[in-house]
Design a protein around this ligand. Sequence first.
Ligand code: UDP
Length: 322
Amino acid sequence: MRVLITGGAGFVGSHLSEALLARGDDVFVLDNLSTGSIDNILHLRDDPKFHYTIDSVTNEPLLAELIDRCDVVVHLAAAVGVRLIVESPVHTIETNVHGTEVVLKHANTKKKLVMIASTSEVYGKSADVPFREDADLVLGPTSKHRWAYACSKMIDEFLALAYWKERRLPVIIVRLFNTVGPRQTGQYGMVIPSFVRQALAGQPITVFGDGSQSRSFTYVGDVVRAMVALINDPRAIGQVFNIGNENEITIGALAEKIKAVAGSTSEIVRIPYDQAYEAGFEDMPRRVPDISKITALIGYAPTVELDEILGRILEHFRLQQA
Ligand code: UDP
């Protein structure tokens, strides 16, 4: 199979590239390195089945040509990270909506299968955990920029499902729940790489809010395995799937755990949300996936749990520092 991965030099994209190459696929990466990094894919460059182009999905002639050469498109290119979203809402909305729009438009001309990466953020403030794919999505007001990300991804989902319904373009939507692992950077605020970097540097570990909010972290290797299995299963077409891990941890407990496994002397400090992000910032207290749908379809089950994930991330950080 020949697979185009937009955003393929990002954290998830680079792991997906590896997984596809390992099973003998040809991989074509299109990435403008806005949040991705060439370092994520350097080790793949010598593989004759790996091809990459540094450019934007909004370069439509190039996008059309790459789609033409591939059987499947996995659309990962997006503005991600809560900090980036709060600081650059225009960029977030335009990148996420317009990028998906052009990917679907060009995929449609050749009727190529498209997988759209969405996010658990779309469940927003819903307290109805665990979140099922058919549940109501509950967002805050438009004056709070955080919700622009969820809303932009909801438009992506609507548009993809509309292409399926109206034009029979085969699409699959995946909602990723706090995907973590080696190569994720804390640059855009993601909690685990931020805490690990702070712990290893002996700097204060910054827990936002009171630390009682919880998340369910999913290992990137489990996520990409699920994505590959869905691409291979025609029954997945026209549907939305959560990809996650049901085990939750509070951010306060996560800080303690990372401090302990890193053998760090860092102090754990609490930073009010207003200071961490912006005045009036709204966080979600819990975010747990219901994974029964994807489990029923492809037998998905997460295989790597948090302690093991943290071990792998710490090893990655230490190797980088060595
Ligand atoms: N968080 C934190 N300290 C940090 C970064 C994040 O306490 O340095 C918190 C953040 O407020 C949220 C959780 O960790 O409650 C997860 O944040 P992340 O940005 O990784 O993902 P989100 O779930 O918000 O998309």
